[in-house]
Design a protein around this ligand. Structure first.
Ligand SMILES: Cc1ncc(COP(=O)(O)O)c(C=O)c1O
Length: 395
């Protein structure tokens, strides 16, 4: 088989590789605790599932869906954005439902980039921004996100010769993998910068509802003039524990949304209609489950951060997101540390290097595992730490 050069160079997705290693261990009868993928363990709220089941039985919902989404779904998305962020959206022109935001993130690159164009991509960052850019023939220019700059890109450090070729800038707050957040002032500055250099901002905000200690993340679209220069990707995956149903949205600039809808109408046939109704139920229905879930994640976050800090792993308390970002112990790369943990105590953490060069020296722990398993995993990590100290002492 002669594959395309693009696909030949494409590595397997980060979590495919991690899942393979977990399956290998499990096949040997070993018990593995995974702090890997950010996939909520808490079920989708009951009223959403009930609606899904009811709608699945209706014959009209068993046929091809409208690829641009039911008008009622687009209206529900617009109403939710207004209620949650005070952002007004035209459901016909400024809303594109997606089969999970991941596909939209990859497909938008084909709408905005020609071969040779540059996209500014956060490092560390969600890997799909760079993969999409590369597949569309574009070139990622990585924006350094570091502890020192609060994991916020410094626009004034991007060279002019790069900016001349730049058409897209990816941003993502609350941030995966670092848990960092951005305020409205940052987004206002980003819009100003995008206007100056004629860049389209693609903000990815699937964690806006997962926040702690009373903190409420803002939407990029709340920034003055944001709709003139960009769009926001969002998802029901993390807000309503619906990762498995695959439904998300892109909202904002009408021209970019129209391009994405046109692209998708040629590629896919939309979201199964019963799932669209489930999303309508989630968006229009009671939002109490969000606070209940956040209380659970917050408790887990506190436990994880406390344990890691006791082990000397230097973890910050994230204000939002499903992740704790922690420094690896001295003498290990992030991949070596992750491999040693898996090998010695059957615990999976994600090596920061999988998210880019600046992720080296860190690991990401997801808070999406049940309390009892999480406690078991932390206790194994503490054992790992003690055994290393004993080994050092013996030497
Ligand atoms: C930053 C970020 N964007 C997008 C996604 C994709 O979410 P989905 O495709 O489930 O909507 C994820 C999933 O983990 C993510 O972390």
């Amino acid at each position: 088989m002669r594959l395309s050069h693009k696909v030949e160079k494409l590595p397997p997705y980060l979590f495919v590789e991690i899942s393979r290693k977990i399956a290998e261990k499990k096949a040997k009868g070993e018990d593995v605790v995974s702090f890997g993928i950010g996939d909520p363990d808490i079920p989708t709220p009951a009223h959403i599932i009930e609606r899904l089941c009811k709608e699945a039985r209706i014959p009209a919902n068993q046929r091809y869906p409208e690829s641009e989404g039911l008008p009622a779904l687009r209206q529900a998305i617009a109403a939710w954005y207004e209620k949650r962020f005070g952002v007004k959206l035209d459901p016909d022109k400024e809303v594109a439902p997606l089969i999970g935001s991941k596909e939209g993130i990859a497909h938008i690159a084909f709408c905005l980039l020609d071969p040779g164009d540059t996209a500014l991509v956060p490092d560390p960052g969600y890997p799909v921004y760079a993969f999409g850019t590369n597949l569309a023939g574009g070139r990622p220019y990585f924006l350094n996100l570091t502890e020192k700059n609060g994991y916020l890109p410094e626009f004034n450090r991007i060279p002019e010769n790069i900016l001349e070729k730049t058409k897209v800038m990816w941003l993502n707050y609350p941030n995966n993998p670092t848990g960092a957040v951005a305020d409205l002032d940052f987004f206002n500055k980003a819009v100003e910068f995008a206007k100056k250099y004629n860049i389209c901002i693609c903000h990815d905000g699937p964690y806006s509802e997962v926040a702690f200690d009373g903190y409420k993340p803002v939407s990029f679209l709340q920034a003055e003039g944001a709709k003139d220069v960009g769009i926001e990707f969002h998802s029901l995956s993390k807000s309503f524990n619906m990762t498995g149903w695959r439904i998300g949205m892109a909202v904002g600039n009408a021209e970019a949304i129209d391009a994405l809808k046109r692209m998708k109408s040629n590629l896919d046939s939309g979201i199964p209609q019963a799932i669209q109704y489930a999303a309508i139920e989630a968006l229009n229905g009671p939002q109490d489950a969000i606070k209940e879930h956040n209380d659970i994640y917050q408790r887990r976050r506190d436990l994880v951060v406390e344990t890691l800090n006791k082990m000397g792993l230097q973890a910050q308390l994230p204000k939002a997101s499903l992740y704790v970002w922690a420094k690896v112990p001295e003498g290990f790369t992030s991949a070596e540390f992750a491999a040693d943990l898996l090998d010695k105590v059957g615990v999976v953490v994600t090596p920061g290097s999988g998210y880019g060069r600046n992720g080296e020296g860190y690991v990401r722990l997801s808070l999406t595992i049940q309390d009892a398993i999480l406690i078991k995993g932390l206790s194994r990590m503490a054992d790992w730490h003690d055994s290393k100290n004993i080994m050092r002492y013996k030497r």
